[in-house]
Write a protein that binds this ligand. Structure first.
Ligand SMILES: Cc1cc2nc3c(=O)[nH]c(=O)nc-3n(C[C@H](O)[C@H](O)[C@H](O)COP(=O)(O)OP(=O)(O)OC[C@H]3O[C@@H](n4cnc5c(N)ncnc54)[C@H](O)[C@@H]3O)c2cc1C
Length: 468
């Protein structure tokens, strides 16, 4: 049974049909397994003895989105729809924004309940509000992404990991449990859904086609599980090696989490099981769980409670004051968006990080901090720096347009979830980072050499490959 705090009943409509199917409007959590929203929708359908359908709204364009990201998403969706069909749960893809296409779909199926999953970003909140306004159907919202439901973990924006951690730690025993498996649905839905054809859908979207798909990571729920299992084999290295971008010690799971093809809860359960069998991995496991649970759920907290998560006004007051005091400091270099995008700054380390992003769709986590902080240092204003970092992140990263991205950029440029440091030019009291700091942690020359030459994946169709 779903924990009542994982669920928000948005509306209970009286007088509407009770015999129509339950619909799961899938947004963020596009997977069959470990999905509380799908499990809740099926539970509701079984209790009502009605069919269950899943529906996805494909928005033809998204600000700053690229073919690389849509390719990963839609190929994952193709597999999701196939696996649902095998469980007698049709999955329809509607072309258009939810408020434009969902009301007619709900009416066409005479649905009794609409279940959807929680996502804190503004555009998704607006979609939800629009669909609520444009329909009369009963609606349930489920947080299927966070291990501890975001609204239950804390009722307000947290200052940092140190304030959220004790709250999550206290609640984990209640929420870190297996999700019921989805069963073959006994009440058959008509009509069946047309099979999802990712390539045909890709032809309908208007996105940046010069940012090509990559082939080092395979989209879809099954590949995500394989990827997760392979990471567990090298989990013991995570504690000591994860901050070295010349090694492959990070999990590389963020694209799967972002597109909802893998549940963070799955990884947390598997890691805990592994620690029980092999206490030697406990230290690495603790570091991984800190990122997977505390840092990731802190990002959802930030974007859920701070509407200015992608703007200067979202930074804490001390950081805004300090950045304002240094607004007119002379910068050693001032680059515009196109110079950053083309990785043509004077700094070989920054350029290498940008090339890793452009080529592979996934910059190493340690380099992301350096990358964003240098954009602050060498851009005309903090507002412009934040906008450039978000634009590059949301176009090239496979895991872009995610609460983690807005929080990570706001941490790097605006001191969010951080504290005031020693004052220095341009940065003010924002934490500083430089290439010497990187050199003390890893072999900078090796990293630069790996991404030395500029190869634009769009220019020659080259897919990025992590040859680590
Ligand atoms: C400037 C900047 C931009 C970022 N942009 C994004 C983004 O667009 N999308 C994104 O998912 N993450 C982003 N991050 C956070 C982090 O760098 C990535 O989540 C991580 O590098 C993803 O790689 P991984 O899955 O191999 O991580 P691992 O180290 O294997 O961590 C496992 C998981 O823990 C979570 N995690 C790890 N580090 C962080 C962190 N610092 N904050 C929040 N959660 C974390 C992620 O869900 C990650 O997949 C950004 C960080 C910074 C500083």
């Amino acid at each position: 049974m779903i924990h009542p705090e994982r669920l928000r009943i948005l509306r209970t409509s009286h007088g509407t049909t009770e015999s129509g199917p339950v619909l799961y409007w899938v947004n963020r959590d596009r997977r069959v397994h470990d999905n509380w929203a799908l499990a809740h929708a099926q539970q509701q359908a079984l209790e009502r003895k009605v069919p269950l359908r899943v529906v996805f709204c494909l928005v033809p364009t998204f600000e700053q989105a690229s073919l690389r990201q849509y390719h990963f998403m839609l190929h994952g969706l193709e597999e999701f729809a196939r696996d649902l069909a095998a469980l007698h749960i049709p999955c329809d893809v509607l072309l258009g924004t939810p408020a434009d296409v969902l009301p007619a779909y709900v009416a066409q199926h005479d649905a009794s309940l609409l279940v959807t999953d929680f996502e804190p970003l503004k555009i998704k909140r607006a979609w939800l509000a629009d669909v609520l306004a444009a329909t009369h159907i009963s609606m349930h919202l489920v947080d299927a992404h966070n291990i501890v439901p975001c609204w239950h973990a804390s009722p307000k924006q947290e200052f940092g990991a140190y304030t959220l951690r004790p709250k999550l730690t206290r609640l984990l025993p209640t929420f870190l449990h297996e999700v019921p498996a989805i069963v073959a649905h006994p009440f058959l839905a008509t009509p069946a859904a047309a099979p999802v054809d990712a390539n045909a859908l890709l032809a309908t979207v208007r996105v940046r086609t010069d940012v090509a798909p990559v082939d080092w990571i395979v989209p879809g729920e099954k590949a995500a599980r394989r990827h997760g299992t392979a990471f567990l084999q090298r989990l013991h290295r995570y504690g000591t090696e994860r901050n070295d971008p010349t090694l492959q010690a990070q999990s590389d799971l963020s694209p799967y989490f972002h597109f909802g093809q893998l549940a963070p809860l799955r990884m947390a359960l598997d890691v805990n099981r592994m620690v029980a069998d092999d206490p030697d991995v406990a230290t690495s496991a603790a570091s991984f769980l800190e990122e997977l649970i505390i840092r990731r759920e802190l990002s959802d907290n930030y974007t859920h409670y701070n509407d200015a998560y992608d703007r200067f006004e979202g930074f804490p007051a001390w950081a805004q004051t300090s950045l304002n005091e240094h607004r007119h400091d002379v910068r050693d270099h001032v680059y515009a968006h196109d110079v950053w995008e083309a990785a043509r700054t004077h700094d070989p380390l920054w350029n290498a990080a940008q090339r890793q992003l452009v080529r592979t769709g996934k910059m190493h986590g340690y380099m992301r901090m350096y990358w964003a902080k240098k954009i602050l240092e060498w851009t005309a204003s903090p507002e412009e720096a934040q906008a450039i970092a978000i634009a590059l992140n949301d176009t090239y990263e496979l895991d872009g347009r995610d609460p983690n991205g807005y929080a990570g950029i706001a941490w790097s440029i605006g001191g969010v979830h951080d504290r005031a440091w020693f004052e220095r030019p341009v940065y003010g009291k924002i934490r500083y980072m430089n290439a010497n700091g990187c050199a003390s942690k890893f072999n900078v020359k090796t990293y630069i050499a790996r991404y030395d030459t500029y190869a634009d994946p769009g220019a020659d169709g080259l897919s990025g490959r992590l040859d680590l």
